[in-house]
Structure formats: structure tokens, C-alpha cells
Design a protein around this ligand. Structure first.
Ligand code: GTP
Length: 435
């Protein structure tokens, strides 16, 4: 049974639709990195000006700290940093993650906090200045958005200009990257007193990325369509082969039927014993030759064996058959291509010779009588037979039956005047069709 591709396509479309509708509602995978065992928040300030920037833990176990910046200057900074790979770890690949969810509470006068990620810059090795190796990516956020837990997409982070400019980092290394992340942190650079509580930090990634889902859908359809096309192609090819085979069989049958029909048609007009036309065959020919408007000049010879009954009686029916075959053969080889030879019935033959004049017909009849009489039909028996012939010249527009009747009268005369001879039938004969 073939595959119903309409159903398959509808099913695939439903699955695609379902996947696209459901995807936004699939909860993201979350990895809590703070609070977590072996991960602590590390305070940092600009150590070059301790009198202007001060960090103070209020409750380290709860992630509560206070930053006091008494005077503004370029490098004024105070905050906490978290080692993403754990305090003994190295780097974390964040490229599979979408976002970082941070829950914090802030009290102070700064309208914005800065969230940052440090990513070790592959290819940029500068052992003497370790900070160069740690790309600084940051995003400035409003603290109230993170009160109950706010999310920041990794795509929102951009490389800080100061990092690039200060270390004169070549441009190719200053693109945002997240594959070798070492730390995540929160800091402030606004003058004032800032009280911060970091409740939690989580990394978020979808169970399946949107692009991966689209890719899977695309690959699914890309496989489905050639599968359908291939299957359809193969089934069409099979169908075409089947039809071709059926067509060849039909053509073969048609040819056989045509041949059988031709054979039957030929058999239906052929005398089986002598292979000359039978009475129906003669009638078919006559219906054309004697059709109204046809120029049917010529002569008709009615040839009848003499005392044929005696041949049958004396030598048997098979011998009689042989005699009929010999006579037919003799007549066939001694007549023209255009002449029509038919067995009218019994031992009586009709020879219709289109275009033959009466005198020529007489000569032909005489020749036939002589040939028959000279032919030894059966060598063993030394059997010789004779024939009598009635002749009628066909008049223009005359019907076959009338010509035949006149030839028949001629034959009767030949028989009654001694046989083994020919006689011309009367010119005048009143028949119903000649009235
Ligand atoms: N062997 C054989 N005999 C046939 C066939 N058809 C007819 N006959 C015989 O031909 C004979 C014809 O006899 P008749 O009509 O008396 O004619 P005839 O004996 O030739 O006598 P005339 O015509 O008067 O000379 C009959 O004995 C038929 O049985 C045939 O196909 N084969």
C-alpha cells in the first residue's frame, strides 16, 4: 500500500505549528551559580584611591554590602564579582546560554548599576598584564528591574571602550565573546552611598535554541519533500512501466486479433478443399464488380466436371476430392491475375474474366476443355476426366445473376449435346432484373 503523502504533509505541518507555538512556553534550563557551594562573591574597589572608595560587607552570608564613593574620578568603582567556574575553576563556556537572571536589592542614589562579564580573550596573551586577557563586557541596568529577579540577555553585553582603549586591544579581539567566561559581577561608579543585596544569580539557556528548532524543522521538511518526490517518482515510474507492459500486451492482442480476423475473413471466403474463392467470396467480388456505375465488361465461364458422380462412385469420395483440387489448380495456373475463380458448389466452378471478349472466352473455354481432358488426374488409376463449359459475355450494366443464368443455359447445352465441350449461352434472357 502506498504512503498517503497528503496525510504525512498535514501531520508534518501540525508538528511544525505545534513546535513553533509551544517553543516560547517551554521553560528555560536554569543553573544557579549564586548562592552555590564553592562560589563566593569577591569585593573589589579601585585600590589606588582607598580614601575615595570604600567597600564594606554588611552581611557576607546574605550577599549584603555597602559601597561608599566619596569623590568622583575616572576609575572610581566598587562592587562584587563571582567566579563563574567556582573559586577553584578556570573558565565557563556561556555561548550556549541566552541570559543571566539576577535578583538583587539596591538602595542608593545611582540610577544605574553595571553588570559585567569577564571573558578570557583567546589569542591575546599578555602575561604581564592579566587584565588585558580578560575582556570586559558590560551592560548598564536600572536596579529596580532586578528587585524580584530581572533577566539580561547575553546579547545586551558589549565590550567596554575603556578596556579596548586602555590596553590598545586590536579590533579583531574586541568583539563580544562568551566562550571563556571567568567572572560575572555588579559594580557602581556613582558618588554616594550604595547598599546592595545580591540574592541570586542564575544562568539561563533554552532546552532547544530557536535557531536549532528552525533548523530541525527546515531539515525535516527538506527530507520530507525529496522523500515524497522520490517515492512519487518511483511509483509513477512503476505505473508507467505497468502501463507500458499493458499497452504492449494490448498491442500484441490487437495484432493477434487482427491477424485472426484477417485469417477468419479469408477463410470465410475461401473454399477449404480447393483454396479458391467460395460462393460467398465470389458474391463479395461481384458486389464490387457489378456495382451500379461499374464498367463490368468481360465474360463468365461456368465450368462443370462431367459424370463426376461416377468418379465418386467408382473411386471413392477422396479421389473425387483430389479431382476437384487438380481441376482448381489447373484453372488457376491457366488464368490471368485479374480473373476471378470460385467454386460455385459441388463440382461446378465459376471463372469471371473482366475485359475478356467473347471470342477470347471461347478460346479459353476450348483450352480448358483440352487441358482437363489431357490431364491424368490419378496416375495409378490412369483417371482422366472432362469438363463442360457454359459461356456468357457480360453486357454493360448487366447483373451477375443474369449473366450467370445465361452461362448456365450454355452449360446445359454443352452437357446435353455430349459434354467435354463449351457452349455460349443465349444473348437474350428475360430475367426479373432485366425486365
Ligand atoms: N468428392 C466430392 N464429391 C462431391 C463434392 N461435392 C459434390 N460432390 C458430388 O458430385 C456429384 C455431382 O453429381 P451430379 O450432379 O449428378 O453431376 P455429374 O455426375 O457430374 O453429372 P453431369 O454433371 O450431368 O455430368 C455428386 O455425387 C456429389 O456427391 C465434393 O466436395 N467432393
Amino acid at each position: 500500500m502506498g504512503i498517503d503523502f497528503t496525510k504525512v504533509r498535514i501531520l508534518a505541518a501540525l508538528i511544525t505549528l505545534l513546535a513553533l507555538i509551544v517553543e516560547p512556553f517551554i521553560p528555560a534550563q536554569r543553573q544557579q551559580v549564586y548562592p552555590a557551594p564553592d562560589r563566593a562573591l569577591w569585593p573589589f574597589t579601585d585600590s589606588s584611591h582607598p580614601e575615595m572608595v570604600n567597600f564594606e560587607w554588611i552581611d557576607q552570608s546574605q550577599g549584603v554590602f555597602r559601597c561608599t564613593i566619596s569623590q568622583g574620578y575616572s576609575y572610581a568603582v566598587c562592587g562584587v564579582s563571582l567566579n563563574l567556574a567556582g573559586d577553584n575553576g578556570d573558565v565557563v563556556d556561556l555561548s550556549g546560554y541566552d541570559a543571566i537572571k539576577v535578583k538583587l536589592d539596591y538602595q542608593g542614589n545611582s540610577p544605574k548599576l553595571r553588570l559585567f562579564i569577564r571573558d578570557r580573550t583567546a589569542g591575546l596573551l599578555e602575561p604581564d598584564a592579566p587584565l588585558v586577557m580578560h575582556k570586559y563586557l558590560r551592560v548598564r541596568v536600572r536596579p529596580d528591574e532586578f528587585l524580584g529577579g530581572g533577566k539580561v540577555q547575553l546579547s545586551e553585553f558589549s565590550v567596554a571602550d575603556w578596556w579596548r582603549d586602555q590596553y590598545e586591544v586590536p579590533r579583531q579581539y574586541a568583539q563580544p565573546t562568551f566562550t571563556n567566561a571567568t567572572a560575572f559581577g555588579v559594580d557602581i561608579s556613582t558618588v554616594g552611598e550604595h547598599l546592595v543585596r545580591i540574592d541570586s544569580i542564575e544562568l539561563e539557556k533554552p532546552w532547544i535554541k530557536h535557531t536549532s528548532l528552525l533548523y530541525i524543522v527546515l531539515v525535516g521538511w527538506a527530507l520530507l519533500l525529496p522523500w515524497e518526490a522520490g517515492t512519487r517518482y518511483l511509483s509513477l515510474k512503476r505505473l508507467a512501466t505497468d502501463r507500458e507492459a499493458r499497452l504492449s500486451k494490448l498491442v500484441r492482442n490487437y495484432r493477434e486479433l487482427t491477424r485472426a480476423q484477417e485469417r477468419l475473413a479469408k477463410e470465410s471466403i475461401t473454399d477449404t478443399l480447393t483454396s479458391v474463392l467460395n460462393r460467398k467470396g465470389l458474391e463479395d467480388v461481384c458486389s464490387r464488380l457489378f456495382a451500379p456505375g461499374e464498367v463490368n465488361e468481360g465474360a463468365l465461364l461456368l465450368i462443370d466436371l462431367d459424370h463426376f458422380k461416377a468418379v465418386n462412385d467408382n473411386h471413392g469420395h477422396d479421389c473425387g476430392d483430389r479431382v476437384l483440387q487438380v481441376l482448381a489448380h489447373l484453372l488457376r495456373i491457366n488464368t490471368r491475375d485479374g480473373d476471378v475463380l470460385a467454386r460455385w458448389g459441388g463440382e461446378e466452378f465459376v471463372l469471371l474474366c473482366p475485359g475478356l471478349q467473347l471470342e477470347q472466352a471461347k478460346s479459353l473455354a476450348a483450352k480448358i476443355c483440352t487441358l482437363v481432358a489431357l490431364t491424368v488426374v490419378d496416375e495409378e488409376l490412369g483417371l482422366v476426366v472432362t469438363a463442360s463449359i457454359g459461356i456468357a459475355e457480360i453486357e454493360a450494366g448487366e447483373s451477375f445473376s443474369r449473366v450467370f443464368k445465361r452461362a448456365d443455359i450454355g452449360l446445359y447445352q454443352a452437357k446435353s449435346t455430349g459434354r467435354n465441350r463449351w457452349c455460349v449461352g443465349p444473348d437474350e434472357y428475360e430475367s426479373p432484373d432485366h425486365a
